[in-house]
Design a protein around this ligand. Structure first.
Ligand code: BG6
Length: 480
């Protein structure tokens, strides 16, 4: 079966920066395989050729050395453009006709990729339904929806309801690009393909877990969107809770989309609800200095650009193990990492007069230094019986001979064509995640909100973050 990828919002940044380069890279790998067409849809008026030309330049820029003219020419013969206004039903009829033409009347699978403004998602889906474009008698029909999926639980539920009027859940692919990252998928391998970690992956042996997604960049030109979203909506409801569920979930009986997502959903159900004073003691909020000067940010904005949360999973495996989650813009460096800090030995034999042993720690580096490090104590050579921390270091990059691996969108687009939704969020997952984040957002807007700490860019967020951890007898793993 051939595939047609229909991208709504085709004149936008995501299409040129991520989607078409990802489809190009997939094409270089599977040239002999099924035919794949790309149909761009947006309001601007373009001829097919003009659209191809503009994509050629951006693809060249984003795929770098992988680009070659011959491959591009072959791929671009299958790139088309159709102008359409999402509010106009007739434009969807025209799109339907055009799709049949380019598919030559043959059965073909279709992925509708919604990369428009989120306010248009519902309308676009209803129009697809009304124009008969969701009918899957002549090949699969799937829809990919970019984040944000709603702005809170209520809007996410309403959006799910509208989509379910047109598409079945198994046709809906809610994208979270973190799940497309190799290093995130590798957490499944680390946990469920090894027998050495699983027996200690629980409250008996783990003291706490830290999940950090730090970004050096500031908000910049995205301030219009960002000031309404803030870091909890932008990073926690999706990417960071996804990292948490994969770290904390039980092994599924099979690696398939239903069983994997069932287990992730159980983790979300287990997250302890914060009440009353918890919001002040278990959350930290910050805004980088200079945020108020970003273009489009109101001078009195209280939007958070940093958040730290302490969550608990009230279940058998994780009882009373804190999960510290933090993310911020304008931090010291770009790093996403998960730290599993194991408990210290019950009885310390060797002289640590000046420090506690800091080993017993597994660090999963999601990016940019993709790899895994195990920190453990070893004897200081030629000394009395003293220990220091040493590291076993696995690097994806070294393993791959210096070649970097595929971009997340390649994997996710391919999976959507193959019909594997394991790495996409299910409706219940998205709603449960909002159910965790919404009360924190509400508490932060209430008169009893914890203070919004100002922080200098280029460090690890508000200076209050370190004493907050120290009061709990712990420290952040601040390593770039
Ligand atoms: C996006 C957020 O979802 O993820 C951005 O909207 C953020 O604010 C980005 O910068 C981070 O993604 P990555 O892959 O660069 O870590």
């Amino acid at each position: 079966m051939s595939h047609t990828i229909v991208i709504f919002g085709a004149s936008g940044d995501l299409t040129s920066r991520k989607l078409v380069p990802a489809l190009y890279s997939l094409y270089t790998k599977d040239r002999g395989d099924d035919e794949t067409r790309i149909v761009g849809v947006s309001r601007s008026k373009f001829e097919h050729e003009e659209f191809r030309k503009s994509l050629r330049e951006s693809t060249k820029k984003f795929v770098g050395d992988l680009f070659d003219n011959e491959t591009w020419e072959a791929l671009s013969r299958n790139i088309y453009y159709q102008p359409a206004d999402i509010n106009n039903a007739e434009d969807f009829q025209a799109l339907s006709k055009m799709l049949e033409e380019v598919e030559g009347g043959e059965p073909s699978g279709r992925v509708y990729y919604l990369s428009t403004m989120p306010q248009l998602y519902e309308k676009a889906i209803l129009q697809l339904g009304a124009a008969g474009l969701a009918d899957d008698t002549n090949g699969y029909r799937r829809v990919i929806i970019e984040k944000p999926f709603g702005t809170d639980l209520k809007t996410a539920q309403a959006l799910n309801e509208s989509i379910h009027q047109v598409f079945r859940e198994d046709q809906i692919y809610r994208i979270d690009h973190y799940l497309g990252k190799e290093t995130v998928q590798n957490i499944f391998a680390l946990r469920f393909a090894n027998s050495i970690f699983e027996p200690i992956w629980n409250h008996h042996y783990v003291d706490h877990v830290q999940i950090t997604v730090a970004e050096e960049v500031v908000v910049g030109r995205r301030a219009g969107y960002y000031d309404n979203a803030g870091i909890l909506r932008d990073m926690f409801q999706n990417h960071i809770l996804q990292l948490l569920t994969i770290t904390a979930m039980e092994p599924p009986a099979r690696y398939d989309s239903t069983m994997v997502r069932d287990e992730k959903v159980k983790v979300l159900h287990s997250i302890r609800k914060m009440v009353g004073a918890d919001f002040a003691s278990n959350t930290l909020r910050g805004q980088y200095k200079g945020y108020l000067n970003e273009e489009g940010v109101p001078p009195d904005s209280q939007t958070e650009t940093y958040a730290g949360l302490k969550l608990y999973c009230d279940n058998w495996r994780w009882k009373n193990v804190p999960f510290y989650l933090r993310s911020g813009k304008g931090m010291s460096c770009r790093t996403s990492q998960i730290v599993i800090q194991f408990r210290q030995v019950p009885h310390i034999l060797f002289g640590h007069k000046t420090r506690e042993p800091v080993g017993n720690r597994l660090v999963i580096q999601v990016q940019p230094a993709e790899g895994i490090q195990l920190h453990f104590e070893t004897k200081v050579p030629e000394s009395e019986m003293k220990t220091r921390t040493s590291t076993l270091d696995f690097s994806f990059n070294r393993e791959a001979g210096g070649k970097s691996h595929s971009d997340a969108y390649q994997r996710l687009l391919l999976d959507s064509m193959l019909g594997d939704a394991s790495l996409f969020a299910r409706s219940d997952e998205v709603e449960l995640a909002w159910g965790i984040i919404d009360p924190i957002i509400a508490a932060w807007k209430s008169p009893a909100a914890p203070p919004l700490h100002q922080y200098e860019t280029g460090f690890w967020g508000p200076s209050e973050a370190s004493p907050w951890m120290q009061q709990q007898g712990r420290e952040w793993f601040d390593v770039c």
